[in-house]
Design a protein around this ligand. Structure first.
Ligand SMILES: Cc1cc2nc3c(=O)[nH]c(=O)nc-3n(C[C@H](O)[C@H](O)[C@H](O)COP(=O)(O)OP(=O)(O)OC[C@H]3O[C@@H](n4cnc5c(N)ncnc54)[C@H](O)[C@@H]3O)c2cc1C
Length: 288
């Protein structure tokens, strides 16, 4: 189908973008990679009157270290994250997650900010930023505010972004100590979206026991979530087979698992248990 008619603006700065959005809070929408928004417009599920294209604001695409944090600009593409040598060294969960997204075309155009702001229940990035306890920097005409990833994903395709706000930056505390990461996913065979995706960020004590586990799950519920009960059950264990098997039983606690033509809710939950177990095993094997 053809989208409804819309206006299109290319701001040069983030301030200009925020002002443009504020000029039409109901009708304006941010355009980044367009890989979720344009299909929605073609189906007329989204009918914005004004598109504010932030993908051309050069200062919004970056990956850099600052103190004990990793800073990622919102329009950084999946490919830039996938291919970052720095991230492969200091936070391998991010390139691993990026590598699993769609195909080369999608990764070259789609952005991390667009994926998080879209909050697709099968999107990969939400699981990774939850596992890493990321903070998101949101900017609007009233200035900037910071939101924890945990509080950002509100519901199906719904985030805590207010009308006119732009997700500007993703902040992640640099993993330190004896940490191991893994992203494990069952991709939909056509699109590559996650039928189930599990991001794991474990940190071990010197004696090999689990100091902390960050586990983000996507594809299972209406929005990505922190598997709090699994994280709590793993802490203090040696991550042996019995401890992990018992912990992953809690992966769907408090969640009403999605059901569709591809996977029933029971099957989805089963996949989540199997792949959480595998991801924890891979993360443990990668601890240095
Ligand atoms: C064939 C295909 C396969 C795909 N496979 C996968 C996959 O396997 N895994 C996966 O996770 N995704 C997949 N995607 C989605 C892809 O990753 C998208 O790029 C992503 O979901 C949206 O990012 P975008 O930059 O394209 O955002 P856009 O489509 O431009 O925007 C999406 C939404 O977010 C809003 N938005 C964008 N950026 C911002 C911002 N900085 N601040 C505030 N709001 C913003 C827009 O207004 C819009 O509502 C696939 C897409 C396609 C077409």
């Amino acid at each position: 189908m053809i989208p409804t008619e819309f206006d299109y603006k290319v701001p040069a700065t983030i301030d200009e973008a925020v002002t443009l959005l504020a000029s039409d809070l109901d009708g304006a929408k941010v355009l980044a990679g367009g890989h979720s928004l344009i299909p929605a417009m073609k189906l007329r599920l989204a009918q914005p009157q004004l598109l504010v294209d932030i993908a051309r604001i050069k200062s919004l695409a970056y990956i850099r270290e600052e103190g004990d944090q990793i800073l990622i600009g919102a329009t950084t593409t999946h490919y830039q994250l996938e291919s970052s040598e720095m991230l492969k060294q200091i936070c391998p969960l991010l390139p691993d997650c990026a590598h699993s997204i769609g195909d080369v075309q999608v990764r070259n155009k789609g952005t991390i900010g667009g994926s998080l702001a879209h909050s697709d229940p099968a999107g990969d990035w939400p699981a990774a930023v939850l596992a890493l306890d990321a903070e998101l920097v949101l900017v609007g005409t009233n200035g900037e505010r910071t939101e924890k990833a945990e509080d950002f994903f509100v519901d199906l395709l719904t985030t805590s972004l207010l009308p006119g706000e732009i997700l500007r930056e993703i902040r992640i505390k640099k993993p330190s100590g004896r940490f191991g990461h893994a992203y494990q996913k069952v991709p939909h065979p056509a699109s590559g979206f996650a039928v189930v995706g599990v991001a794991v960020n474990i940190v071990l004590n010197d004696d090999g026991s689990c100091k902390s586990a960050g586990i983000g799950v996507t594809g299972v519920g209406v929005k990505a979530y922190h598997a709090n009960a699994v994280e709590a059950a793993l802490a203090g264990t040696t991550l042996d087979d019995n401890a992990v098997a018992a912990a992953v039983e809690h992966i769907c606690d408090g969640i009403d698992p999605n059901a569709d033509l591809y996977a029933s809710s029971d099957y989805r939950c089963h996949l989540a248990k199997v792949h959480t177990r595998r991801a924890i095993g891979s993360a443990k094997a990668r601890v240095q």
